[in-house]
Design a protein around this ligand. Sequence first.
Ligand code: SF4
Length: 279
Amino acid sequence: MPHLTDFRFSAQSLQDYVECPRRFLLRYIQKLDWPAEQSNPYLAFEQYRYKGELFHICVDQYFHNIDPVLIEQQIHNDDLRTWWQHFLEFIQEQNFLHTVSEILFQASLGDHLLIAKFDLLAVTADHNVIIFDWKTIAGDRKPTHHILVEKMQTLIYPYILCRAGLSVNGEQLAHPTNVTLQYWFPQYPHEPEPFKYSSVQMQQDQTQLRGLMEEIEIKTMGDFLMTEDEKRCRFCVYRSYCGRGDVAGNVLNEDQETALNLDLDNLDLNFENIEEIVY
Ligand code: SF4
């Protein structure tokens, strides 16, 4: 890989790499903007994405102590209002000592940097740490546990937290055994997907991440091959560039595994505004 000054790996960039090395090359090395619909029907997909963004904003406002009544007054969409009410019911059942939303973490691994933005980091009364990720879904299929366990996000988020460390009132809390990553779905409020972390898992994750980064680092441009799984191209903006079709896949009808590779919640991280640790 050509040397990229200050390149920071993220769950999204590594997910792109494992799904299609060519996509990683085009998006992160060549930074190629290529206009194409990600999904059909385009308007429905954009509406899901927009509602997902608004949901994240509402929740972030909640954790900045804005009155929930005022937040709800800004909501003019029935789906979003339902998601918001699900969130309020969910959060009122929780008992957190500390919370911080939309927080960026960075950790080094060898010569490389890893970055992640958590939707919410919460410390419970018994000093466990939960990373919450709010997942809004396009369509009516909640991702299964076995799909989520394969996501780079599931591996990277708890790993970064444990590497970066987290201390509250002088007490170091981010030990692997204290950490859980929990996906929470506003459309499925009673079906969260928690992933409890462990020291063994952390070791495995470190080995896998290091291996991926080293693999990427030694590749020449021509080594970033196109995926052999052409289903992945159905939602990729580069499909016409790669000669893999002009028509976008339908995220509402596609099989779950393929459609869920389109993560509505993975907004681009703003790499310019990262603080090492903020807590
Ligand atoms: S269109 Fe297919 S081959 Fe091309 S970058 Fe996207 S996923 Fe990879």
